[in-house]
Ligand binder design. Structure first.
Ligand SMILES: *[C@@H]1O[C@H](CO)[C@@H](O)[C@H](O)[C@H]1NC(C)=O
Ligand SMILES: *[C@@H]1O[C@H](CO)[C@@H](O)[C@H](O)[C@H]1NC(C)=O
Ligand SMILES: *[C@@H]1O[C@H](CO)[C@@H](O)[C@H](O)[C@H]1NC(C)=O
Ligand SMILES: *[C@@H]1O[C@H](CO)[C@@H](O)[C@H](O)[C@H]1NC(C)=O
Ligand SMILES: *[C@@H]1O[C@H](CO)[C@@H](O)[C@H](O)[C@H]1NC(C)=O
Length: 219
């Protein structure tokens, strides 16, 4: 009996895997991520089985009206199963959670559906830091040099300068995730604010803006 159910599940999974590629979901390490069951909202679910690995190791199930999210040690205390939608939420996402998941759904009409979700975990970008290297009063204005650095590798660092009339030029050093900005702020402007933006793919995060004070020339 048990073996028979197991074989049916495996069969279903294999057919599905050939039929369509898994849905891809991205999550950030240390945060919560919800894996969608892909259920038709009109379905009234009577059984939900979330599993991992090719041997269909259960991690969360809903059977005979009882949810169970404590099947597998790796996920202990980190899973929430919505028994209406079939969605599975993983808390405090870890690197080793980034695998393929299978959900087997059964509705009150006896219809069965198997979906696969491939979870990818990403490290959230860290906020870049600006340091003021120089801020020296010169004839008719102020010369400012600031550097930006990020602890992340492979990010693009760019600058936002206010007001836009400030003359600036910049240099970036992708190899060590740093960038430099040279600006000339004339006496009329008398003020400049610099923000560094770290970006990777579609994600970006801004530094705290800095507004260097112009130091008078050292005599
Ligand atoms: C993740 O979910 C738990 C439980 O619902 C909640 O306490 C926690 O604040 C959430 N964490 C984040 C980063 O949203
Ligand atoms: C299922 O596969 C996983 C990973 O390959 C393995 O660690 C686990 O022991 C297997 N479980 C059973 C019941 O065979
Ligand atoms: C479970 O999913 C249903 C349907 O999507 C939703 O209405 C409900 O708010 C969810 N419950 C929780 C506890 O998130
Ligand atoms: C930084 O340098 C790039 C490439 O030379 C340029 O396109 C960009 O406008 C500069 N940004 C600032 C704020 O000077
Ligand atoms: C950095 O910027 C360049 C030029 O805009 C782009 O080709 C590259 O994909 C970016 N890299 C990342 C990691 O976002």
């Amino acid at each position: 009996m048990c073996l028979c159910i197991y074989l049916t599940a495996v069969q279903g999974v294999q057919t599905e895997a050939v039929a369509k590629s898994p849905q891809e979901v991205f999550g950030y390490l240390g945060e919560n991520i919800t894996l969608p069951s892909g259920v038709d909202p009109s379905w009234s679910l009577i059984r939900i089985e979330w599993s991992i690995f090719t041997n269909n190791t259960w991690i969360a199930t809903y059977r005979n009206g009882k949810p169970n999210t404590e099947h597998f040690l790796q996920y202990t205390g980190r899973l929430t199963l919505n028994t209406t939608s079939g969605h599975l939420t993983i808390q405090n996402l870890k690197e080793r959670d980034a695998i393929e998941y299978t959900v087997d759904l059964l509705n009150s009409e006896g219809e069965d559906k198997v979906n696969k979700i491939k979870l990818t975990a990403k490290q959230k970008l860290q906020q870049p830091l600006i340091q003021i290297v120089a801020s020296t009063s010169v004839e008719s204005g102020c010369l400012m040099v600031v550097t930006c650095s990020s602890l992340d590798k492979g990010v693009n660092l760019s600058w936002s300068v206010e007001p836009v009339s400030v003359l600036s030029t910049n240099k970036s050093h992708p190899s060590d995730s740093s960038a430099q900005l040279f600006a000339f702020v004339n006496t009329k402007e008398n003020f400049a604010s610099f923000t560094c933006i770290s970006s990777r793919d579609t994600e970006s995060v801004s530094s705290i803006p800095v507004t260097p004070k112009c130091e008078s020339k050292i005599c």
